[in-house]
Design a protein around this ligand. Structure first.
Ligand code: FEO
Length: 397
């Protein structure tokens, strides 16, 4: 018999923790795991908000059965169809064949495609309301945050926003569920990483969704990943607001690749100069070692981006090029960009980095440094100057 966390009057947390997967979406590392959050409202009507990854359907269905205690499940609201949340819908339907599935027209196309479910549906549009007895649930469409069918559900009585992936983080819920009842320090960096990895391309849709939310009084945000936000709503919303506007804080991430250490020496020199000129937040990533998940996190976090690469078969170094592709895919805006590179007999990296910066429409800062073979005093000085130019720009000098 499960004792479930009541997060508001007659609203229960029925989500699960995943400490087994190593890669979210088979792509992004999960050193602290991830939670798949689901919420059950026990009103005159019973309502489940989202399901969980199919790997955890057994424990999930047991939790729901314990909470319902023989009552029927009247509604399943599907705020998001990605399988980490929608994976258990078919099994849930088998267990509760009369449950009405609430979604929008895009939800139902995916529901048929993933689960072959086409009946017992209840379609909602922007602003539609379901009355469950003692409360109303209102639906707001949030397309492309980060899938087209995404919607938010708002509990008017309890002022709860069920926000799908928005405001979510990597990291399991280790006992506590509500932010006010747990130490959430570890979640803030993971929120940025989650955003940069999963949502990052969709800044404008996130801004539109945030504008809708600004009209609502929200006392709790119930995302599909991570803590329920109650005490830190303002910080969670502000984080999303800044990230979706691509607003970086003062600091520089230096992403480099290096085969034998010569480009790395350039990166170290640039970093030294940044520090000497007053920049406190400096992060170096060796693209061959740092997972792109973390590099993207820091690219979203900081205003300055500096990239260094050796020339490799007349191209950029492959691991570095792969990271740049992920940055470009996310259409990161407004970065201050500096770059450098090395070669042995014919240089290509620097001109390819220049082209990358132009495609991104970023402001180029300082003079790029191109080094042939080992570091000379002249190239050392050029790297110092490049670092200083970035520092001065960030400081507004
Ligand atoms: Fe957590 Fe977009 O699924």
């Amino acid at each position: 018999m499960y004792k479930l966390k009541e997060i508001a009057t007659n609203v229960y947390y029925v989500g699960v923790n995943d400490r087994q997967k190593t890669l979210f979406e088979n792509l992004w590392p999960l050193p602290y795991g991830v939670s798949y959050n689901s919420y059950l409202i026990l009103d005159e009507k019973t309502v489940l908000v989202d399901t969980v990854d199919i790997c955890y359907s057994d424990i999930f269905l047991k939790k729901i059965g314990d909470a319902l205690q023989g009552r029927p499940l009247d509604y399943l609201i599907v705020n998001h169809m990605e399988p980490d949340h929608a994976g258990s819908i078919r099994l849930l339907r088998q267990q509760y064949p009369d449950v009405r599935i609430v979604g929008n027209s895009k939800t139902f196309g995916m529901l048929e495609g993933f689960h072959a479910i086409t009946d017992g549906l209840y379609e909602v549009k922007e602003g539609d309301v379901i009355d469950t007895g003692n409360r109303t649930l209102t639906f707001f469409m949030a397309p492309m945050v980060h899938w087209p069918e995404v919607m938010f559900t708002y509990d008017q009585r309890e002022k709860i926003l069920f926000s799908a992936d928005a405001f979510g983080t990597y990291g399991t819920l280790d006992g506590g569920v509500i932010d006010a009842e747990m130490n959430v320090d570890c979640f803030w960096e993971e929120m940025i990483r989650y955003y940069a990895n999963i949502v990052g391309k969709y800044g404008n849709p996130v801004q539109k969704a945030l504008q809708k939310l600004a009209q609502l009084e929200v006392r709790q945000i119930c995302s599909t990943h991570g803590p329920v936000w109650r005490e830190h709503i303002a910080k969670a919303v502000d984080t999303y607001s800044r990230l979706s506007r691509y607003e970086g804080e003062e600091g520089v991430v230096i992403v480099y690749a290096s085969m034998y250490g010569h480009t790395e020496q350039m990166a170290e020199t640039v970093a030294f100069s940044l520090s000497e000129n007053g920049i406190r937040n400096i992060v170096l990533h060796n693209a061959s070692k740092s997972h792109s998940s973390y590099i993207l996190k820091d690219v979203f976090k900081y205003k300055g981006l500096m990239v260094g690469s050796p020339t490799y078969s007349n191209q950029l170094f492959p691991e570095l090029e792969s990271v740049l592709g992920k940055i470009e895919l996310r259409e990161v805006k407004g970065r201050l960009f500096g770059y450098f590179g090395s070669y042995t007999w014919a240089g290509a990296a620097v001109k390819r980095l220049a082209a990358f910066g132009e495609r991104m429409k970023w402001e180029e800062v300082g003079l790029p440094v191109e080094q042939k073979q080992g570091q000379t005093t002249g190239k050392y000085e050029e790297c110092l100057a490049l670092g200083k130019a970035m520092a001065d720009k960030l400081k507004g000098l």
